[in-house]
Design a protein around this ligand. Structure first.
Ligand code: ZN
Length: 188
């Protein structure tokens, strides 16, 4: 019995269940299913129990003005790290991580809001690459969270006005959403 180790997949394709594998590069965990974030070839790392999607696109270093899309891998109070998976809408193998300074991205209603959370898929713009740090902004309307899972039950959140609501448990969540949040399929 041979496993399809080098199967070609498209964004959104199911790769495995999360009991079996962790999402590696260009893969994400959606409701217990590991799915591909980009087109490419499936590469399984048995040692790390990770499933990756590898593309043959040559890495390019992001520069100021570029739009990147990726997944939040570290979310802290004042900064979040975005694992960059797309550069200007095209898959990138770079493995670059950008940093979002959330203090600059809070709402102006005198209320502190959660801009991004761990695991969110976010579209951001490169505003500086000083000191080899990719500094990202999500301030513009088309930037911000484009896909997110419910903090309560893990199902995908749906757009509900300026917020998002879980269609499963009704949980309402606040983020800095992009103007196309909740639209399917997700466009990097
Ligand atoms: Zn929920």
């Amino acid at each position: 019995m041979s496993e399809k180790e080098r199967a070609r997949v498209l964004p959104g394709d199911a790769l495995a269940v999360s009991e079996e594998y962790l999402p590696g590069n260009h893969a994400y965990d959606a409701d217990g299913t590991i799915r591909a974030l980009q087109a490419g070839i499936v590469v399984k790392d048995m040692a790390q129990r990770e499933i990756n999607v590898k593309s043959e696109v040559v890495p390019k270093i992001p520069s100021v003005g570029d739009v990147v899309t990726g997944q939040i891998e570290v979310a802290q109070t004042s900064t979040s790290n975005l694992k960059i998976l797309y550069l200007n809408g095209k898959p990138t193998e770079s493995g670059f991580v950008g940093i979002i300074f959330l203090r600059e991205e809070r709402g102006g209603r005198g209320m502190r809001r959660t801009a991004v959370k761990l695991g969110d898929v976010v579209r951001a713009k490169v505003i500086s690459t000083m000191n080899a740090m990719i500094h990202l902004s999500i301030g513009e309307p088309h930037l911000g969270v484009i896909a997110s899972l419910c903090s309560n039950c893990g199902r995908p959140l749906a757009a509900a006005g300026s917020r998002a609501q879980c269609t499963n448990c009704g949980n309402v969540e606040d983020r800095k959403f992009a103007d196309d949040f909740g639209r399917e399929p997700v466009q990097p």
